[in-house]
Design a protein around this ligand. Sequence first.
Ligand SMILES: *Cc1c(COP(=O)(O)O)cnc(C)c1O
Length: 410
Amino acid sequence: MALSRAECVALDAADPLSRFRDEFVLPDGTIYLVGNSLGAPPRAAAAAVARAVEQEWGGRLVGAWNASGWFDLPLTTGDRIAPLIGAGPGQVAVGDSTSIAIVKTVSAALGLRPGRRVIVSNPADFPTDRYVVEGLAGALGGYEIRDVSGPDALPDALSGEVACVLLSEVDYRTGARHDTEAITALVQESGALMIWDLCHSVGAYQVDVSAADFAVGCTYKYLNGGPGAPAFVYVNPRHQDEARHLLTGWHGHAAPFAFEPGFRPADGIRRFTVSTPPVMSFAPLNASLDIWEHVDLAAVRAKSVALTSLFIELVEEFCAPYGLWLVSPRDPERRGSQVSFGHPDGYPVMRALIDRGVHGDFRAPDVLRFGFAPLYIRFADVHDAAVLLAEVLKKEHWRDDRYGRRLAVT
Ligand SMILES: *Cc1c(COP(=O)(O)O)cnc(C)c1O
C-alpha cells in the first residue's frame, strides 16, 4: 500500500525544502506538474522587472549599460548558474536560446576537430537539438549526421571520423537520465568532443559538467527564469582559448566598442556571447537565482526521488486497470525529476486532468508528462494528482468531445 494522504501531509511538514514554496506564485487550486517545461514565477520576479524598468532603464537610461552592469549580465549571471552545473567562474555565459547555444557549441566543436566530419546525435532527443544539427551540417557542407538511438548505441557509432556527440542528459519525453560520466569518458576516448544538453537536468539535481567539453541548457524550466529566459552555454576552460564558433557577433569581440572592421574573439567565455543581451529577461532570472543560492541541491534530489517514486506507486495503485503504462525508468537513479505515463488517449486524458486542476503536459504520440519541481511541489499534491488522474480514467471524463481538439501548445 502506498502512503495515505495524511502520511503525505506529515512528509510535507518534515520537508526541509517546504519553506521555498512561499517564494513562488502559484494559483490556488492548481497542482502544477509542468515546472519541467515552464517553472513557476518567483514572487520577487515582478519587483525585479519593475526595478530594471523604473530605476535602471528609467533612472539611468543608456548609462545603465555601465552603471547597472547590463553589459556584463551574460557573464555575471553565468557565474551564478555555474555552481548548479559543477562549473567554475568564467566558464558559463548566458544569453540567446538553447537552440542558438547549440549552434555555438557544435560549430565550436567542429572547429576543434578539423578533419573529422561526423556529428553524432539522437533523433529521439528534443527536436530542436536535432533540427539545429541538420541546419548546421547542411550549411557547412561535407558533414554527416550519425544517429544513435541512445547512449547504449554509442560504442558502435564512435569512430575516428566523429567530431562531436550532442546528447540530452535527461530525455524530455521519458525522463530517463543518462550516465554522463561514463558517456563523456567513452566519447573523449574516441577523440571526439562531448556536448551535453542540460535543459531537463539543471535545477533538478546537482549536475557535474566538469569533464564535458561543452554544455547548453535553458533557464525557464526548473530554474524558473520566466518564459523565454536566456539560455546558458558552458565551455570547458581547456577549450576557451582555441574555440571559435559561427556566430561572431559584436559582443563576442575582443573590443566591442572599438568598432574595428574585422572580428577578433574576446578572451575566455565572453567570446560565446553574441549580441545585445535581453536585459529585461535577466531580471526575473536573477530573482530566481537569488533563491537558488540558498538551495541545497542534495535535498532537491532526495525530494525529487521521493516525489517521483511516490507518484509512480500511487498511480499504479489507483489507476491500475485503466490502460496506463509507465514510460519512465522505474529505477530512480536512472530518472530525472519527471514521470511519464503512456495512454492510448493521452491527449484528452491530460486535457480532462488539467480541467480538474492538475497541470501536466502531453508529448506526441501518447505520453502524459508530469514534472516535479521540488522547491514548490508537495507530497500532498502528488497524492491529490494521483487521485484526480484515477477519477478522470475511471469515470472516463476524457471522452468529452471538448478534450479531443488539439491546442497549439500541448
Ligand atoms: C526546452 C528544451 C529546449 C528549448 O530550446 P529553445 O531554443 O530554448 O526554445 C532545447 N532542448 C531541450 C532538450 C529542451 O528540453
